[in-house]
Design a protein around this ligand. Structure first.
Ligand SMILES: N[C@@H](CCC(=O)N[C@@H](CS)C(=O)NCC(=O)O)C(=O)O
Length: 202
């Protein structure tokens, strides 16, 4: 199978971490989804990465659908629990982490527009979402080592990728001081090969 992604996409990183943690071999096709006529359009009508292209040519997107697929096809190191209540906890934290990422991406893109065209209201809305989301991610973790039980799940992976994206695009946001428990989680994740090998590069 082939993963089409950019090397800075936090959603793509989530999928790459899951592939590595589950030791699933794959080919990587690096693409910039923002280019007009990007090859991404051939595999995803939405033009977004990541996209997983299966052996039979079927395209799987978005990142949440991809990780669901990967966790199902490989029994190695399950990251999504089968039991409903636990599953909802893990997928809920993933949704929260992806929401933080969505707000951060929106903020980053808006700030890249010419100053005269930027909307102060839109920036404020995204900023508030981002900080509320971080607060909720921190609360959900509490003083636990992992979001659920005593092993890493997709919740931790998604949270780690959201925090990694903040480091990449918003080094001025000092989320570590505001949320030391998230800082501890991120430091622990950063020691894993799957995270080390996928640090975003620009
Ligand atoms: N919900 C999607 C979000 C994917 C997404 O927004 N990817 C960005 C890159 S980080 C993208 O490809 N944007 C291109 C575009 O919006 O045209 C997922 O989880 O995969």
């Amino acid at each position: 199978m082939k993963l089409v992604t950019s090397l800075t996409s936090p959603y793509g990183r989530k999928v790459r971490v899951v592939l590595a943690e589950k030791k699933i071999p794959y080919n990587l096709q690096v693409e910039n989804p923002w280019l007009p006529d990007s090859p991404v359009l051939a595999v995803n009508p939405l033009g977004k990465v990541p996209v997983l292209v299966l052996e039979d040519g079927v395209s799987v997107f978005d990142s949440r659908v991809i990780v669901e697929y990967l966790d199902h096809v490989s029994p190695v190191g399950h990251l999504i629990p089968a039991e409903l209540k636990s599953r909802m906890v893990v997928r809920g934290v993933e949704a929260l982490a992806d929401g933080v990422t969505d707000a951060a991406v929106a903020l980053y893109l808006e700030r890249k527009r010419p100053p005269g065209q930027q909307s102060a209201d839109w920036l404020l809305l995204q900023e508030r979402t981002l900080f509320r989301g971080l607060e909720a991610l921190s609360e959900a973790l509490g003083e636990n080592a992992w979001y659920l039980g005593n092993a890493m799940t997709l919740a931790d992976v998604a949270s780690g990728c959201a925090l990694g994206y903040l480091d990449l695009r918003f080094p001025d946001i000092d989320w570590r001081s505001a949320h030391p428990n998230l800082a501890k989680l991120a430091a622990k994740l950063a020691t894993r090969a799957a995270f080390k090998d996928t640090v975003p590069v620009v």
